[in-house]
Design a binder for this molecule. Structure first.
Ligand SMILES: Nc1ncnc2c1ncn2[C@@H]1O[C@H](COP(=O)(O)OP(=O)(O)O)[C@@H](O)[C@H]1O
Ligand SMILES: [Mg+2]
Length: 367
């Protein structure tokens, strides 16, 4: 590999070799790489998920953005947030000089299934309303944690949410936005559109609120056990959205976007309970706020956690989360980064889940 300051960073904190793990089976072949179930050779009882990612390098070494993203993932992990999948280790694999690629293995705790399998496995009549509330609270807690660390997930969907057999929900597949953008150019795999917000579909400016749209789509799917908006192309996806929520007024349409307002048929808004029969009134209100067309008007993760859907029904998530998901909860923030600034804001510790107080205003997009 060529010499550079980025390379120096890699050798300063050398990655272990992935031979430390014995691959047992393939869990998933996603859009960007392969995930294996594996056993830690130094501790055979330890079953992990190995995610193989190809990282580009140039003559300047591995791009700083990639190293930064990986460092941030590791930094975040120190908080042991109950709704974020644990990143246990990072290992190096082969280097492909000709393709200018380096294989890295991200070693995650192994979680029993993803939410899509969990929904499929659930016998009729489906998930109960309290179970759905609990899943949503955990999802939004994880999203709030990412957003308060300036990470936009951008691809929240049932396949990227892991669920333990005990019902603990953990966000996965985030944080490598720049690496992934590179990967995306290399693969022709179609990325599902079903959870994408209008501003992503229209390629407008976007930030944290894209994740709240996806949370809304996931909430609807938990009740319905089928996607709310299952489009086949960007235009069709938007049409499916407008058929349910109504076509927005022209004034609300973002400027300088690929698809024009005129190219969509008019649809009046319909009632969400017509599409989601089991949902309660507070649930409808929260869902409507997550599925607002204009991102600025859309509810934030922090605000969602304080919505009456959770607060007015005697649901007690924080204690449950702290007691059952964090066997040894440490409220002490991890040490500071080399720049001297904390990578994670203190309010994102589990303690803030108890108070539920947070301000979403300072978040910025991390594309
Ligand atoms: N830690 C894990 N434990 C168990 N299964 C996992 C884990 N991480 C990912 N998976 C499974 O592998 C699939 C692909 O992983 P993901 O990280 O989403 O990669 P991709 O970027 O390819 O989508 C997921 O949809 C999930 O089913
Ligand atoms: Mg994925």
């Amino acid at each position: 590999m060529p010499h550079s300051s980025s390379e120096a960073e890699l050798t300063e904190a050398p990655f272990r070799n992935h031979d430390n793990y014995e691959e047992l089976s393939t869990i998933g072949v996603g859009s960007y790489g392969t995930v294996f179930k594996a056993r830690d050779r130094s501790n055979p009882n330890n079953i992990v998920a190995l995610k193989k990612v190809r990282v580009p390098f140039t003559e300047d070494g591995v791009p700083f953005s990639t190293l930064r993203e990986i460092a941030l993932l590791k930094q975040l992990d120190q908080y042991e947030h109950p709704n974020i999948v644990r990143l246990l280790d990072i290992c190096h694999g082969q280097t492909f000089e000709r393709e200018q690629q380096l294989v890295l293995y991200l070693v995650f705790e192994h979680v029993d299934q993803d939410l899509s399998t969990y929904i499929e496995r659930c016998p009729p009549p489906g998930l109960g309303s309290e179970r759905i509330k609990d899943i949503m609270f955990q999802l939004l807690s994880g999203v709030d944690f990412l957003h308060s660390n300036r990470i936009v997930h951008r691809d929240l969907k049932p396949q990227n949410l892991l669920v333990t057999n005990g019902g603990n929900v953990k966000l996965a597949d985030f944080g490598l936005a720049k690496t992934y953008d590179f990967q995306m150019k290399l693969t022709s795999v179609v990325v599902t559109l079903w959870y994408r917000s209008p501003e992503v579909l229209l390629v407008s400016n976007y930030a944290t609120k894209v994740d709240l749209w996806s949370c809304g789509c996931i909430m609807a799917e938990l009740f319905r056990r089928s996607p709310l908006f299952a489009g086949q192309s960007e235009g069709d996806q938007l049409d499916k959205i407008f058929r349910v929520l109504g076509k927005p007024p022209e004034d609300d349409w973002p400027e300088n976007v690929t698809l024009s307002w005129n190219s969509f048929r008019n649809h009046p808004p319909t009632q969400l309970p017509d599409h989601i029969p089991e949902i309660c009134n507070d649930g409808v209100d929260l869902l409507e706020k997550m599925l607002l067309f204009k991102p600025d008007d859309r509810i934030s993760a922090a605000e969602s956690l304080n919505h009456p859907y959770f607060t007015s029904s005697g649901y007690a998530p924080a204690l449950q989360l702290l007691a059952s998901h964090s066997p040894n909860p440490s409220l002490t923030p991890p040490s500071q980064t080399s720049q001297g600034s904390p990578a994670v804001s203190p309010r994102s510790t589990p303690a803030s889940l108890v108070s539920g107080v947070s301000d979403d205003s300072g978040h910025s997009a991390e594309k």
